[in-house]
Design a protein around this ligand. Structure first.
Ligand code: GAL
Length: 983
């Protein structure tokens, strides 16, 4: 208990872990370089570990040389988080602090991990100079001893900290002891929406620093697009020479030289090998020349406005949390490049420095964001106590800015410094911005959460609806009260630093955002929230892996699956959202006018021509390839387009719907993908889908026979009028109207905004419990008509639904459904279509329609017309929290077959349908909380939807655009069923 009255200064000095000062004993911040001829020793590996419940830790015995001190302790992997290695548990909150808000104090309960490692110096470790002990990241506060001597303390989890240790080192038996507190004053600055994961989670290294080796250097490498020259100057604290053999450069540190160069861009990440040589060390340099400027209200690189096709990336691995190995970092970069992503915001902290090196190498624009978020203060009146508005914290804020900027300043990929995320407003932010501008005037500074943007060179927002983004694009946004600030803000370029919340099924509305970005030059793109689901691996008793989220680790307070909102599943499998994003942001647009016989190719790159792409075409009839060839596209400069003649339609093509598909693929292997990798595609209709033909021969008459009615190949229940079987295919459930879907995260909306939850309306009116009443079963000469009323429980709303069955002489059964709403429907419908059940054996599906992946009305850009085959199991999208998924768009026909080939074919009436099939009911899908909760039943449930409600991104952001609302309105749709014989 702290007994001081609220607001009074504490009587005693605060212990280091509760002191807002950033630490003591550490060396000044400096640049990171991975290679040099100076000796280094990794101290990663297995360390002794013991967890204590309070900041006292385990006492002082573990500092001693005595090996017995930790003989009985557990072993832990460093880097790593102890809560993911059997000590304590992870916990997830999006905004809330997990401790009382009483800055800078912490409760007595403060899990504290004492870590100890004994090491020898390698043979020949140099005796001269200094040796530095470097921590790349420790969450959240550390106190460090070497050979019993205290080195100091530090806070700032995702930032490096170094100590000079040469004077303490022994040849062998060095005892390194590190006490890590989960909670510290620094935790108030680290309220990012993510798991709370304490530990030494990044590398620990011993670095020899020879005499007259640089402590730090700053590579200034600009590019003048008007002359095509690069200017190089390397500032260094010790004298030395800089050579770049390829450019014939050999200059002194501090000296400036120019040479004609190829600039660095994310599309053309040209780097020049060089070397910085001082008397004490040779450091390889990889220099990228580029210049970032805000000019004419636009953010320009090398003189051109650029367009960010970005993602927000947290560091995450489902087994190791924020400890991410180099191969996983590389995988992230490769996946980004392969999905047309060109930018990363390192939300919400500087990543492992090796990640930025990969961004330099492969080419990604980076917003490097400081390790700073104080969002949990938003619940206090006027953000009372917010550290960014309390000068006691300013040194810590500046320390964080310094550690980021100094570490990453030599990375060409870093084009913007971000002060942090969601901290409200305060003078501390201005102090950070001022320090950064002074130290590195070559990059703009960005901060989103102060809507007046006094400290930001960029106007930025999050989750802004399309119409507002459009107004901003026109520089017609609502004015600020202060005209001066308004003028400043109106002059700035605009970024959506977060948009398109990729939680569960979605995000919807990407195409419409992209259209805005490509229309208004002020709108320089955005960063989808976010890259990867932070689902932590768990195992069922029988060993199947699934992913846990908030609440799965005995947390008493948590934010559920809000932590799973990425374009990748936790195991890094791309979700449909990433496939959609890849299509929406493709840097080459292929459109055309098949009537005029032309195809148009537009180069949307900012810097690259199209010379690296090879264009091909295919001509398909009903999804079968009839012809294919190369398309000669002249090289197009950025922004250029060419209208080209399509090849003539192939001779002798069979009748039926035909499409051209034009692909842009990599002509040659690149560092990030193989030759042939598809970058962009476009489909053009050559022959439209023919209108359905009326069945041959006279219409057959239905016949009643006891409890059954037969019509053509169909056998119906005479009381309910429901179809029971079709030419030997027994249905477990005959087709009937279905209007419910398992609410997606976007349907469920933001849990703190009840009105935003369309799923709450659905539940309130009982849509998930719709009842069917048969009012009439009418047999006429040419049809069987079933009149029904489908109505949600508990309300006087209804959909009067009339099924009209007909049969000709072709063995098919046709169904037309007419739907007329009754009552005032207060909300859109989730879906409108038919549901039927088949025995489990009908597990393999072939369809002609959109694919291969799932699509919904506002997530269908990547769905391409073709003929596809999958099992029912493969049709499922394994969202971490199960929800509606797996629809295929624009389906013309679908066949479900058993292993012996017996099957059912469903053909669309005038309008194609949305096809969904799964081995559980919508109710079961809705009830499931994790993927293993879904157990296959004995029925394959098939939805043939006439319409679906849009997806939107209301889990954090706008609802589906009005045009994607499925409003209850009169509708008519039809399908044809036909049995398929096996063999
Ligand atoms: C933003 C925040 C992110 C994340 C997101 C919702 O407001 O910056 O960190 O919380 O919302 O997933």
């Amino acid at each position: 208990m702290h007994d001081r009255p609220h607001g009074e200064a504490p009587a005693r000095a605060l212990p280091y872990h509760e002191d807002p000062a950033p630490g003591s004993g550490t060396l000044p911040a400096r640049a990171w370089w991975a290679e040099s001829d100076a000796a280094r020793l990794s101290l990663n590996g297995t360390w002794a570990f013991r967890l204590a419940p309070t900041a006292e830790g385990t006492g002082s015995a573990f500092l001693a040389d005595d090996p017995a001190a930790t003989a009985s302790w557990d072993r832990i992997a460093v880097p790593g988080h102890w809560v993911l290695q059997g000590h304590g548990a992870p916990a997830y909150t999006g905004v809330a602090y997990l401790f009382p808000v009483d800055p800078p104090r912490m409760p007595d309960e403060n899990p504290t991990g004492d870590h100890r490692r004994v090491f020898d110096l390698p043979e020949g470790w140099p005796a001269d100079g200094e040796t530095v002990l470097r921590f790349e990241g420790v969450d959240s506060c550390a106190r460090v001893w070497l050979n019993g001597q205290e080195l100091g303390t530090f806070q700032g989890s995702r930032l490096p900290h170094e100590f000079a240790v040469g004077h303490l080192l022994r040849k062998s038996g060095n005892v390194l002891a590190v006490r890590v507190h989960q909670w510290s004053a620094g935790s108030y600055l680290e309220d990012q929406d993510m798991w709370w994961l304490p530990g030494i989670f990044r590398d620990v290294t011993l670095l020899h620093r020879p005499d007259r080796a640089p402590a730090d250097f700053f590579v200034h490498a600009g590019y003048d697009h008007t002359t095509g020259t690069g200017t190089l100057r390397v500032d260094c604290d010790v004298p030395g020479r800089v050579t770049v053999p390829e450019l014939g450069l050999d200059l002194a540190t501090g000296e400036e030289a120019t040479a004609p160069v190829e600039p660095w861009t994310a599309e053309t990440p040209r780097r020049y090998d060089g070397e910085l040589v001082t008397a004490g060390e040779r450091v390889p340099l990889r220099i990228g020349f580029r210049t970032v400027r805000i000019e004419d209200g636009l953010l320009k690189v090398n003189g051109r406005r650029i367009l960010f096709r970005g993602v927000n990336r947290h560091e995450f691995h489902p087994e190791t949390g924020r400890t991410v190995d180099l191969e996983t970092m590389r995988e992230d970069v490769l996946l980004m490049k392969r999905h047309n992503i060109n930018a990363v915001r390192t939300s919400h902290y500087p990543p492992h420095p090796a990640f930025l090196d990969l961004c330099d190498e492969y080419g990604l624009w980076v917003i490097d964001e400081c390790d700073l978020e104080t969002h949990g203060f938003c619940w206090m009146p006027d953000w009372r106590g917010n550290p960014v508005a309390d000068e006691r914290w300013t040194p810590a804020l500046i320390d964080r800015a310094q550690r980021m900027v100094e570490r990453d300043k030599n990375r060409p990929s870093v084009v913007i410094w971000s002060l942090g995320n969601e901290c409200g407003t305060g003078a501390g932010l201005s102090a950070m911005a001022a320090w950064i501008r002074e130290r590195d005037p070559s990059r703009p500074v960005q901060y989103e959460h102060d809507l007046e943007y006094p400290d930001s060179d960029i106007f930025s927002r999050m989750y802004t609806p399309h119409d507002e983004v459009e107004r901003i694009g026109r520089r017609e946004e609502e004015p600020l009260a202060d005209p001066e600030l308004d003028t400043h803000r109106r002059s700035l370029p605009f970024l959506l630093v977060e948009y398109a919340h990729a939680m569960g099924n979605g995000p919807g509305g990407l195409s419409e955002y992209q259209r805005l970005f490509e229309t208004y030059e002020r709108l320089q793109g955005g960063f989808v929230w976010e890259w990867i689901d932070h689902g932590l691996a768990k195992r069922t008793p029988d060993g199947r892996v699934y992913y846990g989220y908030g609440g799965d680790f005995d947390e008493d307070y948590h934010d559920g699956n809000f932590v799973c909102d990425g374009l990748l599943f936790p195991d890094r499998t791309p979700s449909p959202g990433l496939i959609e994003y890849k299509k929406v942001i493709e840097p080459v647009r292929i459109t055309g006018d098949p009537d005029a016989g032309t195809v148009t190719v537009a180069n949307g790159h900012d810097f690259a021509g199209t010379g690296h792409l090879a264009f091909t075409w295919t001509y398909e009839v009903e999804g079968r390839r009839i012809a294919a060839g190369d398309l000669a596209v002249p090289p197009l400069a950025p922004g250029e387009r060419a209208e080209l003649p399509l090849p003539p339609a192939p001779d002798g093509a069979p009748p039926g719907e035909a499409v051209w598909t034009v692909h842009a693929r990599l002509a040659d292997r690149t560092p990030w993908a193989e030759a042939g990798h598809e970058v962009a595609w476009g489909q053009l209709t050559a022959v439209p889908r023919p209108a359905p033909v009326p069945p041959p021969g006279p219409a057959q008459a239905p016949r009643r026979d006891g409890g059954r009615i037969t019509l053509g190949p169909g056998v119906f229940d005479a009381t309910t009028g429901r179809l029971r079987s079709l030419a030997g295919v027994d249905l477990t459930e005959g087709p009937r109207l279905d209007i419910f879907r398992a609410p997606t995260d976007n349907d469920r909306g933001m849990h703190w905004e009840a009105d935003a939850q369309v799923s709450v309306h659905w539940e309130r009116i009982g849509l998930h419990r719709a009842r069917h009443r048969t009012d009439a079963v009418e047999l006429t000469d040419d049809a069987l008509t079933i009149r029904t009323r489908v109505a949600p429980n508990s309300r006087d709303l209804a959909l009067v639904t009339v099924y009209r069955w007909t049969a000709g002489e072709d063995g098919a059964l046709r169904l037309t459904v007419g739907v007329t709403p009754e009552g005032d429907w207060p909300c859109p419908l989730p879906r409108l279509g038919l549901l039927l059940g088949l025995p489990a054996a009908y597990g393999s599906v072939t369809w002609y329609g959109g694919g291969p992946g799932e699509a919904y009305p506002d997530t269908r850009a990547a769905s391409r017309l073709g003929r596809y085959g999958m099992t029912v199991d493969e049709l499922q999208t394994p969202y971490v929290r199960p929800q509606e998924n797996g629809a295929r768009a624009d389906v013309r026909w679908a066949e479900l077959r058993t292993a012996d080939g017996t099957g059912l074919r469903v053909t669309a009436g005038p309008d194609p349908f949305w096809f969904t099939a799964r081995r559980w009911t919508t109710g079961q899908l809705d009830a499931a909380e994790h993927t293993p909760d879904l157990e296959p039943g004995d029925t394959v449930w098939v939805n043939l939807d006439h319409a679906q409600h849009g997806i939107g991104t209301q889990s954090c952001g706008p609802a589906p655009l009005p045009r994607y609302h499925l409003t209850a309105a009169p509708a008519e749709f039809g399908v044809e069923f036909r049995a398929l014989s096996g063999g």
